[in-house]
Design a protein around this ligand. Sequence first.
Ligand code: SF4
Length: 392
Amino acid sequence: MLSQIIQSQNKRAVYIHIPFCEHICYYCDFNKVYLEGQPVDEYVDLLVREMELKTAQDRVNHQKETVQSIYIGGGTPSVLTLGQFERLFKGIYDCFNLQPDGEFTIEMNPNNVSQEVLALFKTYGVNRLSVGVQSFDDDLLKRIGRTHSKSVAIDAFHQIERAGFDNVSMDLIFRLPHQSIEQYQASLDTALSIDLPHYSVYSLILERKTVFYNLMRLGKLPLPSEDTEVEMFARTMQQMEANGRHHYEISNYGKPGYESQHNLAYWNRVDYYGFGAGAHGLINNVRYQNLGPIQHYLNPLRNHELPILEQNELTSRQQMEEFFFLGLRKMEGVNFQTFEQQFNQSVASIYQETIDHLKHIELIESTAQGIKLSPQGVYLGNDVFQAFLLED
Ligand code: SF4
């Protein structure tokens, strides 16, 4: 249902990347840099220039494009000053209209929440906030390199509520080093007691070039066992559902009507612009990526050129792979009729063997419209997604 709504809207989404952070978390492999000493004013100015250059290429009859969602992520977008935010918002609205029921999200660090910034967000039509909490255990927060505390996080949500935001999401992470099931349960309980309409809950992934990855290689990262991780995930799913937050994507839970429109656009392969250092986009079946390091990103823009690192037109085979790879992340699964409309081929003609095999080992199951992950498949999502990669 959700995917049908999004596909019928068929408007593009906009992602904007702010790569600055006041501290670097030990598990993070996003494109980010220490804030101190960075040319943030120039970055914001040239980010706006990037939007202008890109949209000038696509503009039909000089009309501004209307988009379904705008998402400012990072990094830590909330480190921008009020003046920098204002400059950015004006730049966004010079290039795009947000459709009347569109979603405008900003990621926030609990440390940066203030009445002033929330009031500014309201003025410029921001209607959804995503707050990176990760844990409510002060000790654990320090161990993962976060600088906020449980009380700061709770206070941030009170301020957000007072400012009149109702569409609010919280990020949590489980399988943290030294984390016991009881500790995780305490964080989950606190998270649910704050009573938000949406939660994103991830298992810690060890990415190369992070502090945690290096510690793991040195044998100095005491992670919970696999059984503990499974138990943490199982409790999350069970307790979110029991509290009315529907499990609609592997890591996402929301009250009906509060599912992230922007993220659904990714999983439904709706076109989206990616602006900012290292950002990715998908426009007319071309996936592109911007240059990542700040100066590399800024240099072409200083000369009024787009900062593209690479762009590739997807073959229809790659599009089919993505259809399953991304679409099966949604708990409702994928719709075979949509596939057939998009590719003029039946699912069976391409994937019958794969689907039979995955059903046989009980990682997927049939729905009225197609297939979805089975309850076991939810734990082994990556194995399922990889099975849809087509051999050359
Ligand atoms: S997790 Fe977020 S706040 Fe921490 S370093 Fe990464 S981008 Fe910055």
